[in-house]
Design a protein around this ligand. Structure first.
Ligand code: UDP
Ligand code: MG
Length: 312
């Protein structure tokens, strides 16, 4: 009998976790000869999420991992994948924005052996603030220009993978994780299913605009080194411009003498070049800080409790 593991990162999801479990029970009967394992990962929730997980783990098909603090969704996904034992593994949000009804179709695709992974992307951004959609689109344009790894616009983390691909993803042990990039980087054949955006059943999104912005910067640092060459390109450009200006000034002095003027333009140029230098330094700083964190080799997450620790 084959087993499907469902990895569900949860951060303050007390309102939806039970609904999620019930929905999964409903779709189970569509499957024959398949067992399920639901792995809830409690990412340092401050509400009753953990208590609900303990309760749910009374059921045979539920396991849970609870972190010692909030480590972020990326860490939660990694922990869940590491703990999973299924032949196929899916990552799903707890808020039912990833329709469980798709699992059957995904499973069928993988069974046919033509693909190693079935991923989902939403084709609309319905119910999202316009500014947020705008920046999201812009972000995908930029990252795909400067990164060799394809980052699909609107891709969700919801996907079903074969054990082989999961093991490949687990091999990528970097600390600054950006799963959308990692799934693409490990290769394998991926089929994309598209669906309209679904709003969460209850509770609210954990991603503020600022959090998303930082996450996007992180992903650029993780999957592209193009920003590092800004300094070199700017440097060459400025040397060239400086050379032309020098010639111009020498020629002008020889022809018209040397009247002292041009203080305002001088200040502008100094500010401009100073700004560019600081920008380049900042970019290098970004990469340096990420390198620093990688070199420390800190664990990606720390577990405080699992279903095995539960006192029965
Ligand atoms: N999540 C998490 N850790 C975090 C933030 C979010 O595990 O620090 C989980 C959250 O519980 C949910 C999933 O990641 O299951 C997606 O989060 P959310 O629905 O808030 O994001 P959105 O769907 O709005 O992008
Ligand atoms: Mg959501």
């Amino acid at each position: 009998m084959e087993k499907i593991s469902l990895v569900v990162p949860c951060y303050n999801e007390e309102e939806v976790i039970k609904i999620f479990y019930d929905e999964i029970q409903k779709i189970k009967k569509d499957f024959e000869e398949v067992s399920f394992e639901i792995i809830f990962v409690n990412d340092g929730s401050k509400d009753k999420t953990l208590e609900l997980m303990r309760e749910l783990s009374e059921n045979d098909d539920v396991r849970y991992i609870s972190f010692s603090r909030n480590f972020g969704k990326e860490a939660a996904m990694y922990a869940g994948l590491e703990a999973s034992t299924g032949d196929y593994v899916a990552i799903m949000d707890a808020d039912l924005q990833d329709p469980p009804a798709l699992l059957k179709e995904m499973y069928e695709v993988l069974k046919s052996n033509e693909y190693d992974s079935v991923a989902t992307r939403r084709v609309t951004r319905k119910g999202e603030p316009i500014i947020r959609s705008f920046f999201a689109r812009l972000y995908y344009k930029i990252i795909n220009k400067i990164s060799k790894t394809e980052i699909v616009d609107g891709a969700r983390d919801f996907r079903l993978m074969t054990r082989q691909m999961v093991n490949a993803v687990l091999e990528v042990k970097e600390y600054n994780r950006f799963s959308k990039g990692i799934f693409s980087w490990v290769g394998f054949r991926t089929k994309w299913l598209e669906y309209e955006n679904i709003e969460r059943v209850a509770g609210e999104t954990k991603w503020s605009f600022w959090k998303l912005f930082l996450y996007s910067l992180e992903s650029i640092v993780a999957f592209s080194t193009v920003p590092l060459s800004i300094a070199s390109v700017m440097g060459i450009l400025f040397c060239f411009v400086a050379f032309i200006i020098i010639i111009f000034i020498i020629v002008r002095t020889l022809m018209f003498g040397d009247p002292t003027s041009g203080w305002p333009s001088m200040v502008c140029i100094m500010f401009f070049i100073g700004g560019v230098q600081l920008l380049c330094l900042g970019v290098i700083g970004q990469y340096l800080s990420k390198t620093y964190l990688e070199v420390k080799k800190r664990p990606i997450y720390i577990i405080q409790e699992t279903e095995k620790d539960k006192i029965n």
